[in-house]
Design a protein around this ligand. Structure first.
Ligand SMILES: NC(=O)c1ccc[n+]([C@@H]2O[C@H](COP(=O)([O-])OP(=O)(O)OC[C@H]3O[C@@H](n4cnc5c(N)ncnc54)[C@H](OP(=O)(O)O)[C@@H]3O)[C@@H](O)[C@H]2O)c1
Length: 318
């Protein structure tokens, strides 16, 4: 008989009400795979986008579907060929698989070892479980695609969320000057993460506020919000600046040809996870936790992330 695990899952696309929690069969541990005892699993906006069926064109789904792409946990069995992370290894990963079915909101998961890296020891389990997706997104956007360097200026939209909060810290680590945009109530939070200046997107056009702190314009605009806030911010970019968005494909933005644009879709990456671990273990990267929920309360975790106003990371602790 197959081994079972407690898991959150849904059997058809839809709203939060589709989430159930109960026992599911665990797959056999196959070639190159490991079984992990999940200690913490971060929830991300993509988890409700997938649950609502809006991601089917990009990644196919199979039911019952366990949501969740972030994980931190302990390797408890290694399949044939999985030898990099032996039994007992404390690991974390961004597990975006080719088919959405075996996600991370469960007590145990079976996962290809290639998604996992050793976890940051200086972070709590909750913080480690909340870092992979948001951390890799910020790193691949601001540092890799955006090429941010010491002495440059960056404007970060959505800077109090999981992605934006990590982006502030990565930008400060390379020696950039950071202007962070979120609601006014999060100004102190963004400053604690390292922001030099903060802007309340509800207080007026963002570019006018940027003009006061970066009169020459910014070298890099990192967009984790899109919509009106992005439209209002475009004129804050230097004529030869770079715009990196994790939401907008750039087609409707009518950018000058001199502006470099890229849309980033975060990719699973062990080297990227290793880099984030080194920063965290050096005390240069924190993961503030907004809330933790038990597996039984997975619906509440979805309610929080679907508010679109989470400060820090929401994490499920099975
Ligand atoms: N392409 C990719 O690979 C990728 C990867 C990760 C995330 N994403 C996307 O990136 C976005 C952010 O993800 P996340 O995990 O950071 O979300 P999150 O943790 O829910 O954070 C959202 C943040 O956006 C802020 N915000 C809301 N409306 C805003 C506005 N008009 N202007 C400025 N800030 C605003 C909120 O701050 P206040 O509460 O202060 O309003 C909140 O802190 C999501 O839409 C997600 O789907 C894409």
């Amino acid at each position: 008989m197959a081994q079972q695990t407690q898991a959150a899952y849904y059997t058809e696309f839809g709203g939060i009400g589709k989430i159930q929690v109960g026992p599911l069969d665990l797959p056999e541990v196959g070639e190159g795979e490991v079984r992990v005892r999940v200690k913490a699993a971060g929830i991300n906006p993509v988890d409700y986008i997938v649950r609502e069926g809006h991601f089917q064109q990009v990644v196919p789904n199979a039911f019952p579907a366990v949501p969740g792409w972030d994980v931190a946990g302990i390797v408890e069995e290694c399949g044939h060929g999985a030898s990099r992370l032996p039994e007992g290894s404390e690991v974390y990963g961004y597990v975006r698989r080719p088919v959405v079915q075996h996600g991370t909101f469960a007590e145990h998961i079976v996962v290809p070892e290639c998604y996992l890296a050793l976890r940051p020891q200086r972070l709590s389990w909750q913080a480690a479980g909340g870092l992979p997706l948001a951390g890799l997104t910020a790193y691949q956007s601001v540092i890799v695609a955006g090429g941010l360097k010491a002495g440059e200026t960056v404007l970060i939209l959505g800077a109090s969320g999981g992605v934006g909060g990590t982006a502030i810290q990565l930008a400060k680590n390379v020696g950039a000057t950071v202007t962070a945009v979120a609601s006014g109530q999060n100004a102190d939070y963004m400053k604690e993460l390292g922001a030099d200046f903060t802007i309340d997107y509800k207080a007026g056009p963002v570019a006018e506020a940027v003009q006061k702190v970066a009169p020459q314009g910014v070298d890099l605009l990192f967009d984790a919000v899109s919509g009106d806030t992005l439209s209002q911010s475009l004129s804050a970019l230097k004529p030869t600046g770079r715009l990196i968005s994790v939401l907008n494909d750039g087609k409707a933005l009518k950018l000058p040809a001199s502006v470099h644009f890229a849309h980033v879709m975060a990719q699973p990456s062990v080297p990227g996870l290793n880099h984030l671990r080194e920063l965290a273990d050096a005390g240069k990267l924190a993961v503030p936790i907004a809330a933790t929920f038990s597996l039984a309360d997975t619906k509440k975790a979805f309610e929080q992330i679907e508010s679109k106003h989470t400060t820090g990371k929401v994490v499920i602790v099975p």
